[in-house]
Design a binder for this molecule. Structure first.
Ligand code: BGC
Length: 240
């Protein structure tokens, strides 16, 4: 079955039709910069442009960088605050299914990437504008975990250890690795996972920092790179 997957991010909104059996994109990805301010109406307009670009009439899965409960946006840490309380189906249309962006990336990695076939406790963390999390056990997702917002040294973890924090504070990869290690040690203490998967933009650059991160849990870079959100959104939509 082909489903249109759309990934709403802080800088870009990307979409492509996905073959949900193989996880392959069946057409080239289409990307439009995220409008600023990223209000619901402005983002919905861009989503419609992506739907039109593919002349799409079928089901659509959409990721959002916040807590989503029964299709309703509950938090908006890195996008316009006016999203809180918005109902995904009312905004994007009846054929859409909205879910958290990190949950979508996790679903894709468990199906086709670094977590494939893993039955233990798997924690996927995305390092980008914020830190997103997706937790699995027996291959099943515990949605909306929001582990990017645990407190480290009195601060929101993502304010210290996201990829955005690295670039804003002009941290060297080594200094950033120390912060990531401190964060991962805390996650290890809390969850005792069998595997941690590092996703988000930095998943292509893990050679620059993972050698300096020492924890007991095995760590793998995500394999689907910047397609994970699109693929996971499409997969999640088939289940609804
Ligand atoms: C949000 C999460 C999101 C993550 C990655 C965090 O700030 O609270 O919902 O998954 O950023 O985008």
């Amino acid at each position: 079955m082909n489903v249109l997957g759309i990934d709403i991010g802080g800088s870009g909104i990307k979409g492509a039709p996905v073959d949900t059996k193989t996880g392959d994109l069946v057409e080239e990805r289409h990307r439009i910069p995220t409008p600023q301010p990223s209000t619901p109406d402005a983002v919905a307009e861009v989503v419609q442009q992506i739907v039109k670009h593919f002349s799409w009439k079928g089901p659509i899965g959409i990721t959002f960088p916040g807590v989503i409960i029964n299709g309703e946006v509950r938090t908006a840490a890195n996008v316009d605050r006016s999203w809180v309380g918005v109902d995904g189906r009312a905004l994007f249309g009846k054929k859409t299914h909205v879910l958290n962006d990190a949950d979508a990336a996790g679903i894709a990695e468990m199906a086709f990437g670094a977590g494939q076939g893993h039955q233990g406790v798997v924690l996927l963390l995305t390092f980008g504008t914020g830190i997103g999390s997706a937790l699995f056990t027996g291959g099943k997702l515990v949605p909306n975990t929001e582990f990017g917002h645990i407190e480290i040294r009195g601060k929101d973890a993502e304010a210290r250890a996201s990829d955005q924090a690295r670039s804003e504070k002009e941290l060297s990869w080594g200094n950033w690795a120390d912060r990531v290690e401190e964060y991962l040690l805390q996650m290890e203490r809390l969850l005792s996972p069998n595997l941690i998967i590092i996703g988000g933009g930095v998943s292509k650059k893990t050679k620059k920092f993972l050698p300096d991160v020492e924890i007991n849990t095995p760590i793998l870079p995500a394999m689907l790179l910047n397609e994970a959100g699109i693929v996971g959104a499409a997969l999640a939509a088939t289940e609804h």
